[in-house]
Design a binder for this molecule. Structure first.
Ligand code: NAI
Length: 460
């Protein structure tokens, strides 16, 4: 902050998404004066274009599958079709209620909310229109955008998740470019809605950041659902014509579709915002951190998707809270990336926390043991008609360092898994806890029983 500029607020937060608003709310709760700057809608990507609306779509997809497959459960019902305007109003209703609640919270905590595009003008000042907001501290929380590939222009039948959210009819044929998190979630929704779906992924497997066992199970389940999975396939070009978009792969294959969904990652929003001019080092657009959430410039912080690491809303919330507490003079523990849970909400869900088996072997050498409990032995999973597993990765005679799960609704089990990994529990620490029967949670309990040498509904 230039010596002449007098602070208008204790904290200026630039960006009102998960990281930014969490920081603003916590800072206000701690008695600091806070201004939150947002150019679009309070709640950011997660609330308006990401987590919440896509999970609403996934729930509508689950309802469609339940109707389609009702006969399996002896229930006479049939799926007449998908009413996309109806899906839209359900989705928008969920988002609107949460948005209103969040606006109420910001108001109640007396955070000053400034609508407009802000830009850093030196380390301590954010300019929004004709206002200069000078903070004792400034928090950068400008989030991320959906990337595309060089030469692949978004428009017409070529969409990212931003546009695909608002589809007003179900496309007959879809090519999903990228078999990461967004790619498989949209593939799952659109297949449930009745589209023919092909996923094109350059790497050898879907959800490549997960344990290979999870990728294999997901690919098998997707194939069973009639989703075509092309792994090890690289995109070459796309041409949007009058009747269809033609997608060409590097091996010469041509695929025709009514929609090409581009899901090749999200890039940080840091360009042209005055960050580098203020002394922040950027690498491929990401802030190069100098300590947890630190930018290398005094009293200038960064949280969320602009900080390299997992681009997840819950990581953003935790970082925002951490920074607010640091600014308030508390001594919080930095956010531990290693115990952040990951859930991909396709059907079947993929959930994990901690190390994959390969990562564990890199860290602990041969002293690693893995155990896979098949959901075939889990009563509730059989009732639901889902397949999958709970895989535990542990250090021999030591703690569980990774939990990997596949199966409908298994994302809900990640809470216990994260406590086990975070508290470095041994199977013997977990096995005495009685898990409720019949729940899917029991599968986690039984996997630990088996690793502790006393399997019930499983082989050792
Ligand atoms: P991602 O990084 O998960 O996946 C992108 C995929 O595209 C990669 O597997 C990559 O190999 C592939 N790819 C890149 N170039 C390609 C090419 N030329 N040809 C074929 N394949 C190519 O990114 P995604 O799915 O776009 O998601 C962005 C971020 O949003 C992720 O970091 C994710 O964590 C977050 N997110 C999280 C969700 C959740 O937690 N449930 C839901 C949705 C997004």
């Amino acid at each position: 902050m230039p010596a002449t500029a007098e602070a208008t607020h204790d904290v200026v937060v630039l960006g009102g998404g998960s990281g930014g608003y969490a920081c603003a709310l916590r800072a206000a709760e701690l008695g600091l004066s806070v201004v939150l700057v947002e150019k679009d809608l309070l709640g950011g990507t997660c609330l308006h274009r990401g987590c919440i609306p896509t999970k609403a779509l996934l729930h509508a997809a689950e309802v469609a599958d339940a109707a389609r497959e009702a006969g399996r459960f002896g229930v006479r019902a049939s799926l007449e079709g998908i009413d996309m305007p109806g899906v839209r109003s359900y989705r928008e209703g969920v988002v609107a209620r949460l948005h209103k609640g969040l606006q109420g919270l910001v108001k109640a905590r007396k955070v000053e909310y400034v609508e407009g595009e802000g830009r850093l003008d030196g380390p301590g000042t954010v300019v929004v229109g004709d206002r200069r907001l000078v903070g004792r501290h400034v928090v950068l929380a400008t989030g991320s955008y959906a990337r595309t590939l060089p030469g692949l222009e978004v428009g017409g039948r070529v969409m990212t998740s931003d546009q695909a959210l608002g589809l007003d009819e179900v496309p007959s044929r879809v090519v999903v470019l990228g078999g990461g998190v967004i790619g498989v979630e949209f593939a799952s929704v659109l297949r449930s809605f009745g589209s023919e779906v092909t996923v094109v992924e350059a790497l050898p497997r879907l959800v490549a950041a997960e344990d290979p066992a999870s990728s294999t199970a997901l690919e098998r389940a997707f194939r069973k659902r009639g989703i075509t999975v092309r792994t090890g396939a690289r995109f070459a070009a796309a041409q949007d014509g009058p009747d269809a978009v033609t997608v060409r792969l590097e091996d010469g294959t041509e695929l025709e579709a009514d929609l090409l969904l581009v899901a090749v990652g999200r890039g940080p929003v840091t360009d042209g915002l005055g960050y580098e001019e203020a002394g922040v080092r950027l690498e491929r657009g990401f802030v190069v951190p100098d300590g947890p959430c630190r930018t290398g410039v005094e009293n200038l912080w960064a949280v969320g998707d602009i900080v390299p690491g997992l681009q997840l809303a819950h990581r953003g919330f935790a970082q925002g809270i951490y920074v607010a507490e640091c600014i308030a003079g508390l001594d919080p523990a930095p956010v531990d990336e290693a115990t952040i849970p990951r859930v991909t909400y396709c059907d079947p869900e993929v959930a994990s926390v901690g190390l994959t088996e390969d990562q564990a072997r890199e860290v602990h050498g041969d002293a690693v043991e893995a155990y896979e409990y098949n959901l075939g032995g889990n009563g509730k999973s059989q009732i639901l008609g889902t397949q999958g597993f709970v895989k535990l990765v542990r250090v021999v005679d030591g703690p569980v360092v990774g939990v990997h799960m596949v199966g409908s609704r298994m994302g809900e089990q990640v809470g216990e898994a994260q406590l086990i990994v975070g508290w470095e529990a041994h199977p013997d620490d977990v096995s005495p806890f009685v898990h409720a029967h019949p729940t899917q949670n029991e599968a986690l309990g039984e996997a630990h029983l088996a690793l502790a040498g006393k399997p019930l509904h499983a082989h050792n």
